[in-house]
Design a protein around this ligand. Structure first.
Ligand SMILES: Cc1cc2nc3c(=O)[nH]c(=O)nc-3n(C[C@H](O)[C@H](O)[C@H](O)COP(=O)(O)O)c2cc1C
Length: 475
């Protein structure tokens, strides 16, 4: 979930208890580097590095980024090299090792499987990231926010350390432009390794058409689906058909956005239901509809183990206890163009004044779009970068309206806000599903916090789980 909300600690706790813990694979390179710059509190990254098979790479990265005792509070985090179509090499190395670290730590101390979630739309890191996660034995790859037709085949190739490719969407490119990203693990391997386990692959879908297309036309094995409805936290699929909005500007979803589960059953692949299924009666309903389980995000996001910074957990839990926690489905805020659920939390960018006070700076760049320049090169642009720069790159001014830097805001939510000029701290954005309104069910009487184990106990209370079915945490 988000950036580092479902971090290794949460996924470890969930998998240890026999459910499927899924770490967020988004921006793990910058997450790991910022943890190193914070002094690797707890020594977790060092432990994982010691198990990483490519020692020279680990040493290079450690020496460059680890700050003993942590950086000064007023000091900025380092800016990482920007991702490009096939590099640069340092980016690829950071993606490999950071994905390894997160999965290694999520798997530490138990023998149950762990998954990782990627957003299809953030394409440039896919191949190196998946390879790093596979080096650490990831069991499941879940991918949403796009149509990951070419991912299954890439996983097959990476499992045998062979060159894998993935098509980069480049605006304005024509069919004869070379837009294929190429990643050869052998350029990074420092020793021979046996074949890796090929993880199960689950696309996250919001329509029957996409499920059928993935099942029939993907370039490799699809093992199941997560079906995510529009009340789920994070990014949502836009409504189908002509956009209609309610009186406060939220997209309105209708019948066409409901996935027909009878058709899903006909496909014959297991599926999990996500989006307001985090309740015992909803779990029972999902199972009775033939689902293999549910994916839950919102309840886990506020648990003790999640990577959300404590101040935001505390603020939302306090509001939930008074039945005042709410989200707004913002169709503009994310540069991705997807609706994004924003929990209304004072001091975060849900406050328009906080959002407007931030000068436009794009220095993380995960949600940038690739485009073809007039010279025929591939460059990147983000509708949240300074408007004049975006327009100079062929972007449309109207696409910049209402956008925020979700990348920097999510890093702040994960407890690693960038600080600029020694004093300007990036504000956070808290995302949640509509279920945040019912978060109170997970907060024990008289308490201000709860564990991931408690969430699982609440969800499983009184539910008969048929053999072979499972429940999953979210990412
Ligand atoms: C804080 C948060 C961040 C999320 N980020 C992602 C994400 O990065 N990718 C994704 O596929 N789903 C994301 N989700 C959605 C969850 O994976 C899950 O499908 C959803 O939360 C389930 O519905 P629920 O919110 O009603 O529990 C996020 C959810 C939350 C609460």
């Amino acid at each position: 979930m988000g950036v580092s909300v479902s971090n290794f600690r949460l996924a470890n706790a969930v998998s240890r208890l026999g459910q499927l813990g899924v770490v967020s694979g988004t921006a793990l390179d910058v997450v790991m580097v910022r943890r190193l710059e914070d002094g690797d509190i707890g020594g977790h990254i060092r432990r994982a590095f010691d198990h990483f098979p490519f020692k020279k790479m680990a040493e290079r990265i450690w020496n460059k980024y680890f700050v003993d005792g942590g950086k000064k509070e007023t000091e900025s985090y380092r800016t990482l090299p920007a991702h490009t179509k096939d590099g640069p090499r340092e980016s690829r190395e950071l993606q490999i090792i950071s994905n390894f670290v997160e999965i290694f730590l999520a798997r530490e101390g138990h023998s149950n499987p762990v998954g990782i979630n990627y957003l299809e739309k953030i394409q440039t890191p896919h191949l190196a990231s998946a390879y790093g996660a596979m080096l650490a034995g990831v069991g499941y790859v879940l991918m949403g926010a796009g149509i990951p037709m070419r991912m299954p085949g890439a996983l097959d190739r990476l499992a045998v350390h062979e060159t894998a490719t993935y098509p980069l969407y480049v605006a304005g490119a024509s069919a004869d432009d070379d837009t294929t990203m190429v990643f050869d693990p052998r350029e990074y391997m420092e020793c021979e390794l046996p074949p890796l386990d090929r993880p199960f692959f689950f696309p996250i879908i919001a329509s029957n058409t996409l499920a059928v297309t993935m099942a029939r036309k993907a370039n490799g094995r699809v093992d199941g689906f997560v079906i995510e409805g529009p009340t789920a936290g994070g990014h949502n699929a836009p409504p189908r058909g002509k956009l209609q909005v309610n009186e406060i500007g939220e997209p309105i979803y209708g019948e066409r956005d409901v996935v027909d589960l009878s058709k899903m059953r006909e496909l014959g692949l297991p599926f999990w239901l996500a989006g307001s299924y985090g309740a015992p009666e909803k779990l029972a309903e999902a199972l009775s509809e033939g689902a293999a389980g549910i994916q839950v995000g919102t309840a886990f996001a506020y648990s003790n183990e999640s990577g959300m910074a404590d101040q935001y957990k505390a603020a939302v839990i306090a509001m939930a206890k008074e039945s005042k926690a709410r989200v707004y489905t913002d169709r503009l805020v994310s540069p991705s163009g997807f609706p994004f659920k924003v929990a209304q939390v004072p001091g975060t960018i849900s406050d328009p004044a906080v959002q407007k006070s931030r000068p436009r700076i794009c220095d993380l760049g995960y949600l940038r779009e690739a485009y073809k320049t007039p010279e025929g090169q591939i460059d990147f642009r983000c509708p949240s970068e300074p408007v004049s720069i975006y327009i100079s790159k062929g972007g449309k001014e109207e696409d910049t309206v209402g956008r925020a830097c979700v990348c920097n805001a999510l890093m702040a939510t994960a407890g690693h806000p960038q600080i600029r000029a020694g004093k300007h701290l990036e504000a956070a954005v808290v995302t949640s599903g509509d279920e945040v309104a019912n978060l109170g069910r997970f907060i024990p009487e008289g308490a201000d916090s709860y564990s991931a184990e408690h969430v699982i106990n609440v969800l499983l209370a009184g539910v008969q789980i048929p053999a072979g079915a499972s429940e999953s945490s979210a990412s």
